[in-house]
Design a protein around this ligand. Structure first.
Ligand code: PMV
Length: 323
């Protein structure tokens, strides 16, 4: 029996960094999907195949007694292993499994690790006929992500599970927004240093001047709440203004870079309602909120700066079984 699950990537819209401190964020799922297939075997080991391993012409086989080995640096393998380890422990299972993943080799920082984690856990629960709901799926997936990267709000895990566009706050059920259209242009500025490093840098700043940084987080939280209402009202002009203010605050936290700033400014001056970076900052993606009539001129302005425009479906479906 083989079970295949897939989960989407994500684009953070509002609230990054502040969400690590219990404020809300808004995130939309993108159709960069990761597929994970699980199949029982008679071996005492896990056999893993990923696009990165395939590109290197190899697969990984890990005997159960080496599951706690930490030296595997191949992208996504750590997340797969953490997921299986957590699921094995929780349900007291030891079973040989063949694990295959497929999906985009470059995911532009748009959440392939959370997607692979959620898809692995979803496929595992299905393969072993374990009844579950979104909360169990979230808790197991989030614990697995934390095992690997130690910190994070879990917004990306929630996005991979719920799909669509969600209003997310830690320890609360995400709200799935009733919206199926977001007029955005996404630009990829290039690779960034790790999210963990950036979160820790901002955290360091907060330790030094908490009374200022906490006010910034609070304001970002308020912007996010206003943006939620504006999205529900399809009020793109207001969303653009809010994006610009949020961007200013992210800049003040020190996570903006010239390679992000250039396409952001180019988008604004070629007619976008607003633009900001997405995610931890330091690189990866920016997005602009646009009027469809000016889409091509804004895309062009973004590309002139050297950023790559990504054509991605938004409001993508959350984790699901594949035939
Ligand atoms: O770099 P990304 O796209 O994974 O986004 C990180 C968002 C943060 O708020 C900075 C961290 C988090 O876990 O919420």
């Amino acid at each position: 029996l083989k079970v295949i699950a897939s989960a989407p990537g994500k684009l953070m819209l509002f609230g990054e960094h502040a969400v690590v401190h219990k404020h809300p964020c808004l995130v939309t799922a993108v159709d960069l999907r990761v597929q994970v297939s699980l199949e029982k075997t008679n071996d005492q080991s896990l056999l893993i195949n990923t696009p990165h391993l395939n590109a290197e012409g190899r697969s990984i086989s890990i005997p159960f007694d080496e599951l706690f080995n930490d030296d595997l640096n191949t992208p996504n393998v750590k997340f797969i292993l953490a997921s299986i380890k957590n699921a094995f422990s929780k349900f007291n299972i030891r079973q040989g499994i063949r694990i295959r993943t497929s999906g985009p080799v470059n995911s532009y920082g748009l959440g392939s690790s959370s997607a692979v984690t959620v898809a692995t856990i979803f496929a595992f629960l299905t393969l072993f006929d374990i009844p579950f709901n979104n909360k169990l799926l979230f808790d197991l997936s989030y614990a697995s992500v934390l095992d690997v990267q130690k910190l994070g709000s879990g917004f990306d895990v929630a996005s991979a599970i719920y799909g669509n566009t969600i209003f997310f706050q830690t320890k609360q059920d995400p709200e799935v927004l009733k919206t199926d259209y977001l007029p955005l242009v996404i630009g990829y500025s290039g690779a960034k240093v790790s999210t963990i490093d950036l979160v820790q840098e901002v955290e360091q700043k907060r330790n030094e001047i908490p009374e200022i940084i906490d006010l910034i987080y609070e304001t970002i939280g308020k912007i996010t709440k206003r943006a939620r209402t504006a999205i529900l009202n399809n009020d793109w002009k207001t969303i653009g203004k809010l994006a610009n203010i949020n961007q200013g605050l992210l800049d003040s936290l020190g996570v903006n870079t010239p390679r992000l700033n250039e396409p952001i400014l180019a988008a604004r001056s070629s007619g976008a309602f607003g633009a900001k970076l997405s995610g931890a900052g330091g690189g990866d993606c920016m997005f602009a909120i646009i009027d469809e009539n000016s889409r091509s001129q804004i895309e062009e302005a973004i590309e002139v700066t050297g950023a790559k425009v990504l054509h991605l479906g938004l409001n993508a479906e959350g984790v699901r079984l594949e035939k």
